[in-house]
Ligand binder design. Structure first.
Ligand code: IMP
Ligand code: MG
Length: 177
């Protein structure tokens, strides 16, 4: 793969800057803390894209939580979904209030598959928190309880999101297309 495919991150237009992300994550943290007051909460983090979001979100919670991880990969190195999804083994989540923490809702395939798996477990509750949701028509109906930002149908990188494993460390969310 040639380096020309990966322009320097500071040349990519900013869609959401780090300061706006921080403020929104604070708000989400407050809301989730209120909603799950007195309920033991498990954050189920969808790797890799959500690692920064979850790290920041967890530190904005004023309630205790358990943090678990699941690995989902569908994109390989492409900018459009391959439609094929690999999921890692689930931790034991029986009787837990599970909040799935996702980086971005695009076609909805990833979340659909994860939610399908989780519904067969014996959970106390199941909700989704996604940092970003693309405003696109979807065949798959998924309604996250918490959405950080609705964004246009662009390919974005930064704040955990990658293109071919690049740009995850970038503090802002930027457009690559
Ligand atoms: P979906 O299964 O089509 O909803 O895609 C969800 C997954 O694809 C996300 O968890 C991301 O890892 C990846 N993805 C979707 N859109 C983007 C994007 O704009 N930039 C980077 N990754 C994306
Ligand atoms: Mg990805």
């Amino acid at each position: 793969m040639s380096e020309t495919e990966f322009p320097p991150s500071n040349t990519l237009p900013v869609l959401i800057d780090a300061d706006r992300i921080r403020k929104r994550v604070e708000e989400l943290g407050r809301k989730i803390s209120e909603d799950y007051k007195n309920q033991p909460l498990v954050l189920l983090v969808v790797l890799k894209g959500s690692f920064l979001f979850c790290a920041d979100l967890a530190r904005q919670l004023s309630i205790p939580c358990r943090i678990e991880f699941i690995r989902a990969s569908s994109y390989k190195d492409a900018k459009v979904s391959s439609g094929q999804l690999q999921l890692s083994e689930l931790p034991d989540l029986r009787h837990a209030n599970v909040l799935v923490v996702e980086d971005i809702l695009d076609s909805g395939l990833t979340l659909q598959k994860i939610l399908e798996h989780l519904r067969s477990e014996n959970l106390a509750s199941l909700e989704v928190c996604t940092l970003l949701s693309k405003q696109i028509p979807r065949d798959i109906q998924i309604e996250p309880k918490y959405i950080g930002f609705e964004i246009p149908n662009r390919f974005v990188v930064g704040y955990g999101l990658d293109y071919a494993e690049r740009y995850r460390e970038v503090p802002d969310i930027r457009c690559l297309d």
